[in-house]
Design a protein around this ligand. Sequence first.
Ligand SMILES: [Fe+2]
Length: 384
Amino acid sequence: MIKFNFIFSGDVSFGCGVADRVADRLAERGWTKVILVVDHNLLNVAKVQQVTDKIRQSVHSLVEIVCQISEPTYATLESNRVSSKEVEVDAVIGMGGGSAIDFAKGMAVLYRNHLSAIRYRGFNKMTEPVLPIIAIPTTAGTGSEITPNASFVDSEKKRKLGINGAAVRPRYAYLDPALTVSCPEKPTISAGVDSLVHATEAYVAKRTNPMARLFAREAFKLVFDTLPQVVDSPSNLELRSKVMYGTFLAAIALMNSGTGPAAAMSYPLGVHFHVPHGIAGGIFLPHVIAYNVRRGVTDYADLYEAVECAETSLSRDAMNQRLVEDMFATWNRLGVPCRLSGYGFGAGDVDMFIKDTLELKAALDQNPVPFHEHEIEGILEKLI
Ligand SMILES: [Fe+2]
């Protein structure tokens, strides 16, 4: 019997040139006082300047914040706070990678919620309304432009638990593949691999449903086939467009299904060893799939079957195996590491890593077969 709940809200525009219409949207909504958070890497990118110039011309007052870090902390969020007690603001725009958009979400929360930023860590901790958020991603993969989550690092406790809740979901998202052309190779790969983690884990999660699977399968096919081609031809708009569309579908699947062990393990690796989020999840993903396949999970064959070079005459068992092999080969081509030692991770870090990962029990519980301390240890053994 088919039974599910499926959430998708927000107004999404997709296609080359759609970001030029953000200024029109501001005018239409009568939003004349705006906070604009821009990734510092983009300040000299002509296409980005074109969009931000239009925004500047269309508003009466603009607070511009340059987001300088790839993993925002609660402390940096706090130090940039713009308060309703001092300034009038109608909306917040976040332009850049997932971090810049998350930062914009945090600013939107703190505007009327006056406690220290860390007090809003968790789910629906805000008591006052959150400003409307407009997201303009310039990388394809994190999904922040449509998700109700904003990730921040608690530098004191060395934990990454964000500010979450439906109010944090952007009101408008402009997915303009032309903006991703400026994204350098490493963040392009990290964000793309992140979306493959989202699609794969959403497909097999215990909480998945037929609609989430529809999105996850199409997302996997688009990104798995196209990401290596984008790396070879970074200016090709058609390829950039396919990847951005695929990563968007993966985010919808993720929101309506769940994550899993690879996503969970990516967090301590990011916080303690500064591994980019997508790469961190990617390192673990084929190992999680291989473990699950050994324990009898067969649904990965559906993902394998969807990709272009699939040998559809294979048995389902063989297809499951081939997905793991093909993923390792693709990771090799994309430069996703197969060892943790390059990040300074050694045997002495295992206990701390396991402890931190076990705190993300909700994600581990979504794995289709039991995944506990022993399984984390088993995967780490292969990676050290
Ligand atoms: Fe992710």
